[in-house]
Design a binder for this molecule. Structure first.
Ligand code: COI
Length: 357
């Protein structure tokens, strides 16, 4: 609900006078949901196409108990972020990439999707309507969560007759409770995130429900998250529950190639390009557990996690630590600095990746 501005001691006087901010604790954001002001909704009726999208007050939505998304998991989500610049303007990072990924996922999940233009315009409208929830520079970002779901009623297994595209937002800080400190991963051998020919390569909601069991067991043992292996050989790295993985050996950066079971992360793709532009050799290929255990550095990438250094990996009860478990490795730190400065508008965007509002 709307609430007055709380002047923050951490903002410059000039800044707090001109920018209205929601009344929350900007210094302790974490990664959780805040009830922001508006959400965006656009429907695709049976036999039609997406049109007449509109902003509505943020709140619960009504769904038939037999909606396709509730009964058969016909749903996709996306994640992207908006940053507030020092001058008050807002930056989105590669929103058309998310639009395109949703379009590809919709094809796999037998759903119609908004056009790239509709998606990007809807993201811009939602961000602007919730402007006061975008954290001040340096405090975090506004996480944008587009959803696409079969909202029409079905009983027999079939594509839903009606679809809903929805966007909501929430201010966020660090994804992992470790903050920017290194995370501790455990390798899961028996539960798999994805299978060849399945849906691991698209951002369908079921891929994330499927990892909850392994993730909760790992968290109960004190690990930050789980790293999954390929289900055929149980030997090659796939991804972590919520992010992609990179290993560094002798300054060569390697990451599992996209082959249908791994999510084509937009941060993953951007990091590969940033690393190559800095002169690093980057290889997209099969990466084995053995290589991981012998790596100099390991890090994860994702919209939510940005770049998270990995302090240790535990495999078959053996724990291997990286960089003394202390902080960012030199390569990850360099990539993190360039990527986040680009996203926050602190360096020139030679890649033309940001969209300013
Ligand atoms: C993201 O990084 O945006 C994701 O979609 C991962 C999610 C589990 C938070």
């Amino acid at each position: 609900a709307a609430s007055p501005v709380r002047p923050s001691a951490t903002l410059s006087d000039a800044y707090s006078e001109t920018i209205e901010l929601a009344d929350i604790d900007w210094d302790n954001l974490g990664f959780g949901i805040h009830s922001t002001d508006y959400m965006y909704i656009m429907k695709c009726p049976q036999g039609g196409s997406f049109s007449k999208g509109e902003l509505q007050r943020f709140g619960n939505i009504e769904l038939s108990p037999s909606a396709g998304v509730l009964n058969y998991g016909q749903g996709l989500f996306e994640g992207l972020k908006a940053y507030r610049k020092q001058d008050g303007n807002i930056l989105l990072f590669r929103p058309e990439e998310n639009a395109e990924r949703m379009r590809m996922g919709a094809e796999r999940m037998c759903m119609p999707s908004p056009t790239v233009e509709q998606f990007v315009e809807a993201v811009k409208a939602t961000v602007l309507a919730n402007k006061r929830w975008i954290p001040p520079p340096g405090k975090g970002s506004l996480y944008i969560r587009p959803l696409l779901m079969g909202s029409g009623a079905v009983l027999g297994l079939a594509p839903a007759p009606e679809y809903t595209f929805l966007i909501y937002v929430s201010p966020v800080g660090n994804y992992f409770k470790e903050g920017v400190a290194p995370i501790n991963l455990v390798i899961e051998r028996d539960l798999h995130r994805a299978t060849p020919g399945g849906t691991g390569g698209v951002k369908t909601i079921g891929n994330y429900a499927a990892v909850l069991k392994a993730q909760s067991v790992a968290k109960a043992k004190g690990f930050s998250d789980v790293l999954y292996l390929d289900c055929v050989h149980k030997k090659y790295l796939e991804e972590v529950s919520s992010c992609n993985i990179f290993v560094v050996k002798d300054n060569v950066i390697s990451t599992p190639a996209i082959k249908g079971t791994i999510l084509p992360g937009i941060t993953r793709k951007s990091i590969i390009d940033v690393a190559r532009s800095l002169g690093f050799q980057v290889e997209e290929r099969l990466v084995s557990v053995d290589e991981l255990l012998k790596a100099d550095e390991v890090f994860c990438t994702g919209t939510a996690v940005v770049i998270s250094p990995v302090g240790s990996v535990t495999y078959l009860d053996k724990r291997v630590s990286y960089g003394g478990g202390g902080g960012f490795g030199a390569v990850a730190e360099q990539l993190y600095t360039v990527l986040t400065r680009l996203q926050m508008g602190l360096i020139e965007d030679e890649m033309n990746w940001t969209v300013e509002l």
